[in-house]
Design a protein around this ligand. Structure first.
Ligand code: NAD
Ligand code: DAU
Length: 339
């Protein structure tokens, strides 16, 4: 089978490319990525010479380019990771989130309808369900939870999901959607909480915690997200949504303290800063459908995944030091210092 994987130079797409290229040597993989600030070809280095792997630079929202690519390559499967992914950036500048996350998705869907594919898989997020209250630990997101978004990012992702489902109903496109909770692991861009804590703590810099630090996220190691997507592509039912999560809820303050302790760094690095606008309180996934229907089981818990991730950042300093020494400095100044 020939796969088009979009956003494969980013965090999750990059980990997915590593997993798939190595696990399925008989399949072919084309990695299409625009190489925005979040895309990094260093992430693809370990697989770049594999015979079943090819990189193409391009924009999923560039209709002419996408149609030419589909005409030439005859894909069987499309997996769409490409997106603007950071909530804080979406609050500053929503427009690119509509262009990439919504119009990029509809461009891919149109190409799939025209050229035909066996599976279109949309990589979505638990954020489309909005948030849960902090005082109701009995509540979880299921696939039936109504869409109820908070940020420009999650609104664009939810909009894309609705188009994907509409293309199934209207044109009979064989689609699936995975909605996953917060990921962590190797190659995570250090604007996101966990790699931000690791990279700053290793440099003895302050760790900014939004608001009270009581907001809850449900953390999943990226490897387990990749195995879930692989399973859904191969065995999932057309037109279905699958929630992905491993029941690893932590408050942000718990996450920060866990990482600081593991690095032997003092809690005095923690600095409370202004809260994120519209900050979602709690995410918590119910992955029962994925577990019972497709037999998915995560390999990592938070307690085993965090030390593995920290070790990766210690062993791969060059990867993240290159990022934080460049344009990232201006980003940090604008988002954390000038505000
Ligand atoms: P990321 O920001 O690390 O990577 C995004 C990648 O997409 C980058 O390589 C970037 O260059 C590329 N890209 C951006 N715009 C593009 C365009 N117009 N055309 C082609 N490529 C483009 O993001 P991530 O954290 O790896 O997230 C990947 C996907 O998974 C996203 O769709 C995101 O919504 C979803 N998701 C993320 C999480 C998480 O915790 N990170 C959880 C659930 C779902
Ligand atoms: O839930 C899935 C989502 O997880 C994905 O769809 C998004 O693409 C991904 O970015 C992530 O979104 P979050 O907003 O939850 O992740 P982030 O790492 O930005 O923040 C995690 C929590 O930590 C959140 O409650 C905000 C808080 N935070 C974040 C940063 C960057 C801080 O307190 N300080 C920070 O500096």
């Amino acid at each position: 089978m020939k796969f088009l994987v979009t956003g494969g130079a980013g965090f999750i797409g990059g980990n997915f490319m590593h997993y798939m290229v190595n696990t399925y040597p008989e399949d072919e993989f084309v990695n299409l990525d625009k190489l925005t600030y979040a895309g990094n070809l260093e992430t693809c280095k370990p697989i770049e010479d594999k015979p079943n792997y090819k990189f193409v630079k391009g924009d999923i929202a560039d209709r002419d380019f996408i149609f030419q690519l589909f005409e030439k390559e005859h894909f069987d499967v499309v997996v769409n990771f490409a997106a603007e992914s950071h909530v804080d950036r979406s609050i500053e500048d929503p427009e690119i989130f509509v262009k990439t996350n919504v119009m990029g998705t509809t461009t891919l869907l149109d190409a799939c309808v025209k050229y035909g594919i066996k599976r279109y898989h949309q990589v979505s997020t638990d954020e489309v369900y909005g948030d849960l209250p902090l005082d109701r630990p009995d509540l979880f997101f299921t696939e039936e939870t109504p869409i109820h978004t908070s940020s420009p990012y999650s609104s664009a992702k939810a909009s894309a999901d609705l188009f994907v489902l509409a293309y199934h109903r209207t044109y009979g496109l064989p689609v699936t959607i995975s909605r996953c909770s917060n990921n962590y692991g190797p190659y995570h861009f250090p604007e996101k909480l966990i790699p931000l804590i690791i990279s700053r703590a290793l440099n003895d810099e302050t760790i900014p915690v939004y608001g009270t630090g009581e907001n809850v996220r449900d953390w999943l190691h990226v490897y387990d997200h990749c195995t879930a997507i692989d399973l859904i592509i191969r065995k999932g039912r057309d037109g279905e949504v699958y929630n992905v999560g491993g029941h690893n809820e932590r408050t942000n303050l718990q996450v920060v303290k866990t990482v600081l302790h593991a690095l032997n760094k003092p809690e005095s690095l923690i600095t409370f800063v202004a809260d994120r606008k519209g900050h979602d309180l709690r995410y918590a996934m119910d992955p029962t459908k994925l577990e019972t229907e497709l037999g998915w089981k995560p390999k990592y818990t938070f307690d085993t995944g965090i030390p593995q991730t920290i070790q990766w950042y210690l062993d791969n300093k060059e990867w993240w030091e290159n990022i934080i020494s460049g344009e990232y400095q201006n980003y940090f100044q604008k988002m954390y210092v000038d505000k």
